[in-house]
Design a protein around this ligand. Structure first.
Ligand SMILES: Cc1cc2nc3c(=O)[nH]c(=O)nc-3n(C[C@H](O)[C@H](O)[C@H](O)COP(=O)(O)OP(=O)(O)OC[C@H]3O[C@@H](n4cnc5c(N)ncnc54)[C@H](O)[C@@H]3O)c2cc1C
Length: 427
C-alpha cells in the first residue's frame, strides 16, 4: 500500500508486531489459517473454542487487510433478496441461506457482547438511500420480502430520509434496523485478542508461500523458512489472495475502495448529519457509503482507481460526493485518506472451495464482508470441528478461474468510468 495513504487508524496506532506466536514445527496442528482478517480470526476464535489447535498466519499486520480498513457498516443480507436466493438455490438450501443472511449482523454484535470486545459500535440500522424511482421500487420489493419474514425493516419517504441523513437529493430509502456500525480496526484487533485468549496462535508478517499434502497432512511453508504441519488449511485471503493456491486469485476481481474522513464536525453541523448514527449506502451504480465515526468525523467511501494512489487528488471523487450530499461540509478539512481491496465474484456470491480434502478457501466478500465473514467464520469452524458439510451455508464449488481474467480487470475499470457518467446524468 502507498505510504501515507493506508492508515485508517487515527486513534490507535498499531504496534509493529502485536501478535508473534512462535511457530512450532513439532506436533501436527488441527488447522492452519492463512489470513488474519475477520474471516480467519472468526474461524480461529470459534474453532479454538471447539477445542481445535489453531495457528493463524498473516503476511502483514493484523488489520492491514480489508478487515481493518473497511467502512464499518455491519449489514445483514447478501446482494440478493430472499426470493432470488430461494429460486436460485432451491427451497431447502435457499431458505437456510436466507436465515443465514438475515443473521450475519447478529454474528458481529453477538460476539462483541459475548466476548466482551472493546469495540465502539452503534446498532441503529443501515439506510439504503434511493436517488431514482427505479431504486425506490427495488427498495419496496426488498422491504416486502424481508418484512414478510419478520425482519425489523421499513421504507422511508423523502421527508424521513432527509431528517435521518441530513443529506440532499434522496427520494426515499430503506431502513434495516438489524444493521449497525462498528470501528473496523478495533473489531479486528479485538477478535485477534480473544482468539488468542481462546488458545489460537497468531503470527504476523508470515507469508505462506507453499502448501504440500504429505501423507494426509498439509505441510505449510512460510517465506521466512518456517514449516508447519496441519490436518486442515483454510485460506482466508479474500481480495488479497496471491498465487499460493493456483487459480484462486483468478476467480475474483479485486477492486479498490477509497475512503476519506473529515476533521471532527463542529456541534452545529453534527446535529443535523446522521443524528441517529445510522450507516448509509446509496443506490448509485458506483455507490458511496458513509457514516459518522465515534470521534465525530464524517467517513465516506466509494470505488477508486486500481492503480495505487499517488496524491490526495486520487480521493477527489469522494470529496465531491461528500459535498454533493452535504454542501455545508465544503469548508471542513479532510484529515484522512486510505484505501483497501474488495473481492468481487462474477455471480456476486462468496465462493467456498475444498479442492483437496482438508484444503479450504473462502473468497468473494463483494465489499460487504464484516457481517458475512464473521458469520461464515463461525460456520467454517463448525465444519472443521465436525466434518459436517451442512454447517456451510454455501455449497463447496470447484475453483473456476474467470476466462480472460487479466482483461476482466481492464473491463471493470472501463465499466466504472461509464457507470460514473450514468450516475452523474441521474443527479
Ligand atoms: C475500503 C473498504 C471498505 C469496506 N467497507 C465495508 C463495509 O462498510 N461493510 C462491510 O461489510 N464490508 C466492507 N468492506 C469489505 C470487508 O472489509 C471485507 O469483506 C472483509 O474485511 C474481508 O475479510 P477477510 O478476513 O476475508 O479478508 P481480509 O481482511 O482482507 O484479510 C485477508 C488477509 O490475508 C492475508 N494474506 C493474503 N495472502 C497471504 C499469504 N499468502 N500468507 C499469509 N497471509 C496472507 C492478508 O495479509 C490479509 O490480512 C470494505 C472493504 C474495503 C477495502
Amino acid at each position: 500500500m502507498a505510504a501515507g495513504f493506508s492508515d485508517p487508524i487515527w486513534r490507535k496506532p498499531q504496534a509493529a508486531t502485536a501478535f508473534q506466536s512462535e511457530l512450532s514445527a513439532g506436533a501436527t496442528l488441527d488447522v492452519v489459517i492463512v489470513g488474519g482478517g475477520i474471516m480467519g480470526l472468526s474461524t480461529a476464535l470459534h474453532a479454538a473454542r471447539a477445542g481445535l489447535s489453531i495457528q493463524v498466519l498473516d503476511a502483514g499486520l493484523i488489520g492491514q487487510g480489508a478487515s481493518g480498513l473497511n467502512g464499518g457498516q455491519v449489514i445483514p443480507g447478501l446482494k440478493y433478496d430472499p426470493e432470488w436466493l430461494i429460486e436460485h438455490f432451491g427451497k431447502e438450501r435457499g431458505e437456510a441461506l436466507v436465515a443465514f443472511a438475515a443473521a450475519t449482523a447478529d454474528a458481529v454484535f453477538d460476539v462483541i457482547r459475548d466476548e466482551k470486545l472493546a469495540v465502539p459500535f452503534t446498532r441503529n440500522g443501515w439506510i439504503q438511500a434511493a436517488h431514482t424511482e427505479t431504486a425506490l421500487i427495488a427498495a419496496a420489493n426488498r422491504d416486502r420480502q424481508w418484512r414478510s419474514r419478520g425482519a425489523d425493516v421499513k421504507l422511508l419517504d423523502r421527508a424521513e430520509i432527509a431528517a435521518m441523513t441530513g443529506a440532499k437529493g434522496y427520494l426515499g430509502g430503506w431502513l434495516d434496523s438489524r444493521a449497525g456500525v462498528i470501528d473496523p480496526l478495533s473489531y479486528t484487533l479485538e477478535l485477534a485478542r480473544v482468539a488468542l485468549a481462546a488458545g489460537a496462535r497468531i503470527a504476523e508478517q508470515q507469508r505462506v508461500v507453499k502448501l504440500r499434502n504429505e501423507a494426509g497432512a498439509w505441510r505449510v511453508s512460510t517465506q521466512g523458512g518456517a514449516e508447519l504441519r496441519a490436518r486442515s488449511v483454510v485460506l482466508a485471503t479474500n481480495a488479497y489472495t496471491d498465487g499460493l493456491l493456483p487459480g484462486l486469485a483468478q476467480t475474483i476481481v479485486p477492486l479498490h475502495s477509497f475512503q476519506i474522513a473529515t476533521a471532527p464536525l463542529p456541534a452545529e453541523l453534527a446535529a443535523s448529519i446522521l443524528p441517529g448514527g445510522q450507516a448509509v449506502s446509496d443506490s448509485r451504480r458506483i455507490l458511496v457509503y458513509y457514516r459518522r465515526s465515534p470521534d465525530g468525523r464524517m467517513v465516506l467511501g466509494g470505488r477508486g482507481r486500481m492503480a495505487l494512489p499517488s496524491s490526495a487528488a486520487d480521493w477527489a471523487h469522494c470529496e465531491r460526493a461528500l459535498t454533493r450530499l452535504y454542501p455545508a461540509l465544503a469548508g471542513i478539512a479532510i484529515e484522512k485518506r486510505w484505501f483497501g481491496r474488495v473481492a468481487l465474484t462474477p455471480d456476486h456470491l462468496p465462493h467456498l472451495h475444498e479442492p483437496e480434502k482438508g484444503l479450504l478457501a473462502v473468497v468473494g466478500c463483494q465489499g460487504r464482508g464484516v457481517g458475512l465473514m464473521s458469520a461464515l467464520g463461525k460456520r467454517m469452524a463448525g465444519y472443521l470441528a465436525t466434518g459436517d458439510v451442512s454447517q456451510l451455508p454455501f455449497p463447496l464449488s470447484p475453483i473456476r478461474p474467470i476466462p480472460f481474467h487479466a482483461f476482466r480487470q481492464v473491463g471493470v475499470a472501463a465499466a466504472i468510468t461509464w457507470y460514473r457518467m450514468l450516475d452523474a446524468f441521474e443527479r
